[in-house]
Write a protein that binds this ligand. Structure first.
Ligand SMILES: Cc1ncc(COP(=O)(O)O)c(C=O)c1O
Length: 370
């Protein structure tokens, strides 16, 4: 059996014609940047995330950068985040002139450890930037107990996830989403969005994405050009109507993986956890294993695609050398980079494909399903 780590082919077969119609309507409208379809999608997203306002931008990296800029974070400020994330998280902090300060992750959730975060807060810490990795939210409520400054959520992977009933995007002061095509809600290209509970920031963000201008050709602040385009907004509006169903299917797939892998009783394999009070949207189903590279090669030979998110923690990235971190500084993250393996997961994956993947993992470890 050949099972890709990820594919959009099946989604396109299901809803491609609906997307084509939506794109056709934009082509006829002649309005390609911002405009009514972007505004409509922003309103949908604000409702979906229980936030006051949503601002569409060019991609998730700009969403993070502009969220920090709206809160006036810049040179001299420290922003606390984790090293076990996509580069954009730290890159966006550096773009503002602020300094990323790393704090380690929890071994089971891959998210920021609130206990350790507390010890890394200094008088310069202007914001904490938790990453809701793989579709599970960080315990922002625990962070808030010790930190009364800004919380900016990196919700790029967590649309629809909740923490005690509150959706990703609504628990921080600001939050950034990505609509990169492989995300749970993906565009047909790049796209991003910032949500916020504060009117003032929503208003500032609308200016920041168009070179700091509220009135055409009048520039009040230094912004950038980062706008969501109308075609992507129209596509995303259509896809948003399927998101709940897709998320439920991801959760079913995850439950099936977990039940079958648990039945194999593999001592060296750790499965994803969903702490009580959280819902996980399984952007990734990521296990931790010993002999990870051998397992990945074995699965590949059996036709199963897998991915390693992330092979190098950010504190060890050459471009961030000047932050002064060294190997050994974040042991949980460093261990994770050697052990993580994300199994195929997308809503159209079939039960028999899940079974094949777990059978192959069992075969690798020399076990069979009971
Ligand atoms: C955790 C995280 N943060 C930020 C981003 C940046 O989003 P984008 O690729 O849309 O710029 C991504 C996605 O790629 C991500 O996974």
């Amino acid at each position: 059996m050949v099972i890709p780590a990820f594919t959009l082919d099946r989604q396109m077969a299901n809803i491609g014609s609906e997307l084509t119609q939506a794109i056709g309507r934009i082509m006829e409208s002649g309005q390609f940047i911002l405009g009514t379809s972007v505004q409509h999608f922003e309103e949908q997203m604000a409702r979906y995330t229980h936030t006051l306002g949503a601002v569409g931008v060019g991609n998730g990296s700009d969403a993070l950068y502009l969220a920090l800029r709206a809160a006036q974070i810049g040179p001299g400020d420290e922003v606390l985040t984790t090293p076990f994330t996509f580069f954009a998280t730290a890159g966006s902090i550096l773009r503002t002139g602020a300094k990323p300060v790393f704090t380690d992750i929890q071994v089971d959730t891959f998210n920021m450890d609130p206990e350790q975060a507390r010890t890394r807060i200094t008088p310069r810490t202007r914001a904490v930037l938790p990453v809701h990795l793989f579709g599970l939210m960080t315990d922002v409520e625990a962070l808030r107990r010790d930190f009364h400054g800004l919380i900016v959520e990196d919700a790029a992977q967590a649309i629809g996830a909740t923490l005690r009933g509150n959706p990703a995007g609504s628990v921080g002061d600001l939050a950034a989403f990505s609509f990169f095509p492989t995300k749970n809600l993906g565009a047909l290209g790049d796209g991003g969005m910032i949500t916020s509970q504060r009117e003032e920031w929503v208003d500032t963000l609308r200016a920041l994405r168009v070179h700091g201008s509220r009135k055409k050709y009048h520039h009040e602040m230094l912004g950038i050009n980062s706008r969501l385009d109308a075609l992507q907004a129209a596509v995303l509006s259509v896809k948003l109507s399927y998101l709940q169903t897709w998320t439920q299917r991801r959760q079913q797939i995850a439950n099936r993986y977990t039940a079958r892998l648990r039945a194999l009783q593999l001592e060296t394999v750790a499965l994803p956890v969903v702490p009580s009070g959280f819902t996980h949207v399984f952007h990734q189903y990521t296990i931790r294993v010993q002999h990870r590279d051998d397992l990945q090669a074995f699965l590949k030979a059996q036709g199963v695609g897998t991915t390693v998110y992330y092979p190098v923690s950010l504190h060890l990235q050459p471009v961030l050398r000047e932050l002064g971190y060294r190997l050994g500084d974040f042991p949980v993250s460093e261990k994770a980079q050697l052990e993580v393996l994300s199994l195929p997961i997308f809503p159209e994956l079939t039960d028999s494909e899940v079974d094949y993947v777990t059978d192959m993992i069992g075969q690798f470890y020399g076990k069979r399903m009971a």
